[in-house]
Design a protein around this ligand. Structure first.
Ligand code: ZN
Length: 137
């Protein structure tokens, strides 16, 4: 299978069945971010346990890229420390902007490596990650 087809499948899967979608019963913090160039809007909620992201959820409306990226991001950072999440944020944004070879730590989020060629799509793919950076700061 051509890798780009596989990547597209991952994106479609997460868009159709977004993980951690909805609202948390007990949230510590919520941020809202919008991407005006596409119309994407995300609300990201977190529950902390000390320095660890105990639980995370998102809702809102967005295109396939922004929804899939948010879904994959929440899976990656749930249960890890804020410091580690910040590291992943930096790696993801760098990959999306430059197309640089992604770190294996980004797992499924590596499907967005190719968005660097489409500046408007970079904003869609990074929206949830910018929300993450804001909510853990
Ligand atoms: Zn979008």
């Amino acid at each position: 299978m051509d890798p780009s087809e596989l990547y597209a499948e991952v994106i479609i899967d997460h868009q159709k069945n977004p993980r951690n979608y909805g609202e948390l019963e007990n949230k510590d913090k919520e941020v809202k971010l919008t991407n005006s160039s596409c119309g994407d809007e995300i609300f990201l909620q977190v529950k902390f346990d000390g320095d660890r992201i105990q639980d995370i959820a998102f809702y809102g409306r967005g295109c396939a890229i922004s929804t899939a990226s948010a879904s994959i991001m929440t899976e990656l950072v749930k249960g890890i420390s804020k410091e580690k999440a910040e590291e992943l944020y930096e790696k993801f944004v760098e990959m999306a902007r430059t197309g640089k070879a992604p770190s294996s730590e980004l797992k499924d989020a590596r499907v967005f490596q190719g968005v660097s060629k489409y500046p408007l799509r970079v904003k869609c793919a990074t929206l949830a990650w910018h929300a993450l950076e804001k909510v853990i700061e």
